[in-house]
Design a protein around this ligand. Structure first.
Ligand code: SF4
Ligand code: SF4
Length: 461
């Protein structure tokens, strides 16, 4: 018998640890003694009964490392065979944008004056309707993305899209720079929108140096005014803050500004901060943060993580995976794939091309099909996405996070190594997870008071 290679252990308090077994799905709160035993069984001792419980939960195993790896790969294959496609639709009305942000990753794509028109919108909804006849899961929220979807000249086509979508039972989520939102006031209604994401990168002088108009002027004032408008309309607002070394120090002033504005009093207001994604290795080295480093630094800077603040979907959906244990299912929702781009995301761009990942829209290498003049798929691309699991990625095969992660972001893997079959995670992903684990656990415990019966509190006196 030996300690399993698939344990995630995090400190909950001076005397308590959290243990999560990443293929049996066991989640346990244990005392210091057990925590230390798991860390080093040769130097520590526990009684027989405790040992039996640890064995039942999978922390102690008679499987060899090779057998454990094989077991995990079998689970992945099983999950892969059972998973249904989950269609999430995104419409890009145009790639044009009214800003020239300093870190825009869409710099290299073609941004001419092409916008979708009514005929194209009709075609998109015809396709969406046909998808809904299939036996697969369909998300009832359509994403609007760009370029900038809410350009003043897009008003009529956006109104058209919203109305057709609503008739078919869809709501919309939009990522906008927020500059011209005031021109969309008559459409800002909860019956249309599930949520709006607006980016603010700092207080005025910092934000204005990063997110500026084509003529070089800043956008802070317009955006703040429009955030006030969205919140007054009772629409959930996700304030996105893109952070790199150039605006990091300013984050604390932005947090102060947000509190003073009372935005946090709106129940549907949330701040999501993320490190800027740099494709260029040099820029990444000069300005970038890893998720772990940023998270650590933000906590040091602010002293804590505020409830209304979130580090986005930092690494992989760890919280939903764990929350399944609380939600009466009693077991973790393991995954075979990393993200929606592999599970059924369909993005309609204004040129009649289809993509599955927002970050790669407009880059022909990542195109998965066309919908103009008629719907055709690029089967080889789809197969790569649908079949890329940890089974094919040698480094992931041994990883204890395999069933939580699914192999990482395929685009990051390709950007970093020019291969799709390398891990798409950052080196310090496990450290970040361990740091976040107690916070996620406490949050879920608070949310699911009645349902904690599924969490074992053995050995925790
Ligand atoms: S991408 Fe990284 S974290 Fe994810 S399974 Fe592979 S090695 Fe593990
Ligand atoms: S492939 Fe990567 S960038 Fe694209 S949606 Fe998935 S996680 Fe995001």
């Amino acid at each position: 018998m030996r300690v399993s290679n698939y344990i995630i252990k995090a400190k909950l308090s001076d005397n308590k640890y959290l243990l999560f077994h990443s293929y049996t799905g066991a989640l346990d709160v244990v005392n210091k003694k057990v925590g230390e035993y798991i860390e080093n069984p040769k130097k520590n001792y526990i009684d027989k009964e405790s040992l039996n419980t640890l064995t039942k939960r999978g922390y102690i195993t008679d499987k060899s490392p090779r057998e454990e790896e094989k077991h995990v790969l079998n689970i992945v294959k099983l999950l892969q065979s059972k998973i249904k496609t989950e269609y999430v639709f995104t419409i890009i009305p145009t790639y044009r944008c009214n800003l020239k942000c300093t870190y825009c990753y869409q710099d290299s794509i073609k941004r001419d004056n092409v916008s979708i028109d009514k005929n194209v919108v009709d075609k998109i909804f015809e396709i969406i309707k046909n998808f809904s006849y299939s036996n697969n899961k369909i998300f009832k929220t359509i994403q609007l993305f760009g370029g900038e979807p809410f350009l003043p000249e897009n008003y009529k086509i956006i109104k058209y899209i919203l109305n057709i979508g609503k008739e078919l039972g869809y709501k919309f989520a939009v990522s906008t720079n927020g500059v011209c939102l005031d021109q969309y006031i008559s459409l800002l209604k909860p019956k249309f929108f599930k949520g709006i994401q607006i980016t603010l990168d700092g207080i005025e002088n910092v934000h204005n140096k990063r997110r500026l108009k084509k003529n070089g002027t800043g956008t802070f004032k317009e955006i703040v005014r429009n955030i006030d408008i969205v919140l007054s309309k009772d629409i959930p607002l996700n304030l996105r803050v893109n952070i790199d070394k150039r605006n990091f120090e300013n984050f604390k002033y932005l947090v102060k500004y947000i509190s003073e504005k009372d935005w946090t009093n709106y129940p549907n207001f949330q701040v999501n901060f993320r490190p800027v994604y740099f494709v260029s290795k040099n820029r990444k080295k000069k300005y970038g943060f890893t998720n772990y480093l940023l998270y650590k630094k933000v906590i040091l800077l602010l002293g804590k993580e505020y409830l209304w603040m979130n580090m986005g979907n930092i690494t992989f959906p760890f919280e939903p995976i764990i929350s399944d244990i609380f939600r009466g299912k009693g077991y973790a929702g393991f995954v075979a794939f990393y993200c929606v781009a592999q599970r059924g995301s369909v993005i309609f761009d204004p040129y009649g091309d289809l993509y599955s990942c927002w970050r790669t829209c407009g880059e022909k290498f990542w195109r998965i099909g066309k919908y103009i003049p008629k719907l055709t798929w690029e089967e080889n691309k789809l197969n790569i996405l649908k079949n890329r699991t940890v089974v094919d990625i040698s480094k992931c095969r041994k990883c204890k996070l395999a069933l939580l992660c699914g192999g990482g972001c395929v685009v990051k893997a390709f950007d970093d190594s020019r291969s799709l079959y390398n891990p798409g995670c950052e080196d310090d992903i496990e450290k970040l997870l361990i740091k976040k684990f107690p916070i996620i656990y406490n949050k879920l415990k608070q949310k699911n008071k009645e349902d904690t019966k599924y969490i074992n509190h053995f050995f925790s006196e």
